[in-house]
Design a protein around this ligand. Structure first.
Ligand code: HBI
Ligand code: FE
Length: 282
């Protein structure tokens, strides 16, 4: 009991699967104005720092200056990748979250942050969930990654390995980068919805950027209250899909109980990726 008591959304109307109605007509003009402000700023930054697949998703979903209607977005997603959006009041239990993803339903929070907290909110709101996460669900390969992640939930719960699995989500789905012909670009929703960390993740000299290795990711510590010290860089989405579809049981057995790699550490086997332009292979 008490799951919702410390959380910010309204959990009084949840169904057994923690979904609610979006009730789009109930958003006020002031709430749409906050969305518009966040959207304009973040779209401009995404044009420079976001991955091409993310930018294409913004266009395909016609994300604009009003709070999106989940029904309309779901119709577009259904057509492109078979996903749909379900409205939730905020954070939901892990097993329920995994089950939605496993069935190609992406939970999006209904409430929007206030004008006094435009730069950062602790819990995900509709701007983070929708602007940050939903565009990449229009990409067929990334859409399969998200379902594969959800399907891993029950085994991770049974093996007491949710923390290992959740680091894949953290380092890739929330804070991931990808190589492009123009240099590294952001794919993570935590980056794409953040005005400060998005440019930092791509341009700053301080953080490590290392090539993707799923065991390395599962063993790496992270912080939730400051910019990341290490970003993981994908070669492409197929690399992540292949990793996420493998059997994690041997990995869990090997990694459980091992100490975490400190968040800023570099290891001998790490593939360090320069933040600048990636040279095409000769
Ligand atoms: N609930 N709404 C919401 N959004 C999340 O990203 C989320 C969640 N519940 C659990 C959760 N994430 C993580 O604990 C899992 O990815 C492990
Ligand atoms: Fe998120």
């Amino acid at each position: 009991m008490g799951y919702a008591e410390t959380l910010r959304g309204d959990y009084s109307r949840i169904r057994p699967d923690y979904t609610v109605d979006q009730d789009w007509a109930a958003y006020t003009a002031a709430e749409h104005a906050i969305w518009a402000q966040l959207h304009r700023r973040q779209r401009a930054l995404a044009g420079r720092y976001g991955a091409p697949a993310f930018l294409q998703g913004l266009e395909r979903l016609a994300i604009g200056d009003r709070i999106p209607d989940f029904g309309q977005a779901s119709a577009t997603l259904q057509r492109l990748t078979g996903w749909r959006i379900v409205a939730v009041p905020g954070l939901i239990p892990s097993d329920v979250f995994f089950d939605h993803l496993a069935n190609r339903r992406f939970p999006v929070t209904t409430w929007i942050r206030g004008a006094h907290e435009l730069d950062y909110v602790v819990e995900p709101d509709i701007f983070h969930d929708f602007f940050g996460h939903v565009p990449l669900l229009t990409d067929p390969v990334f859409a399969d990654v998200m379902q594969a992640y959800g399907r891993k939930g029950p085994q991770a719960i049974a093996s007491d390995a949710v923390d290992l699995l959740a680091r894949v989500y953290w380092f890739l789905v929330e804070f991931g980068l990808i190589r492009t012909a123009d240099g590294v670009r952001a794919i993570g929703a935590g980056l794409l919805s953040s005005p400060a960390e998005l440019p930092f993740s791509v341009d700053a000299l301080e953080p490590n950027r290392i090539g993707f290795d799923v065991a390395r990711v599962m063993r790496t510590d992270f912080r939730i209250d400051a910019f990341q010290r290490t970003y993981i860089v994908l070669d492409d989405f197929a690399q992540l899909l292949q990793a996420t579809e493998q059997d994690f049981a041997p990995l869990y057995a090997r990694l459980k109980g091992q100490p975490l790699i400190p968040e800023a550490a570099l290891l001998p086997g790490d593939r360090v990726i320069h933040r600048g332009r990636v040279k095409a292979a000769a």
